[in-house]
Design a protein. Structure first.
Length: 144
């Protein structure tokens, strides 16, 4: 938390190994990753991201967007049943076969939060995950 321009997004990008222009070390789960060769593997197996913009893939349905992180992570993470339980919890179980352009901005943001959980990450890095949501939907996500 902090005022606009204070470096919150920059810190998130550094911790998430998306921005490598820093000095020092980053340790995740006791492992120093700053000079780790396979940062993609670290990102997909240890980190979950929620960005200000949802970054859902428009050519895939909601359920497909949520299954992709598990495929990238060699099948590790939540199965479809677990994903469906989360979608039910936030009231989107009826939208699984819709495409991102067929759902509202708030629904896209809720799907993006669920996507960050699918790989069972050790750490979730979130940049205003509830910024575009009403109080009720924000609380639903925070209770996950």
């Amino acid at each position: 938390m902090g005022p606009s321009g204070s470096g919150k997004s920059t810190l998130m990008n550094i911790l998430g190994t998306l921005d490598l222009s820093y000095y020092g070390e980053i340790c995740i789960d006791g492992v120093e990753i700053s000079s780790h060769v396979d940062l993609n593997s670290i990102r997909s197996s240890k980190l979950g991201f929620v960005f200000q913009f949802h970054h859902l893939l428009p050519e895939f349905t909601i359920i497909e967007n949520l299954e992709i992180p598990g495929l990238i992570n060699n099948g590790n993470g939540m199965n479809k049943k677990d994903i469906m339980e989360l979608l039910f919890h936030i009231g989107l179980e009826e939208r699984i076969n819709h495409y991102p352009d067929e759902i509202s901005g708030g629904e896209k943001q809720r799907v993006a939060v669920i996507r960050s959980l699918v790989g069972n990450p050790l750490l979730i890095l979130a940049d205003e995950p509830t910024g575009n949501l009403d109080r009720e939907n924000s609380q639903l996500l925070l209770n996950l």
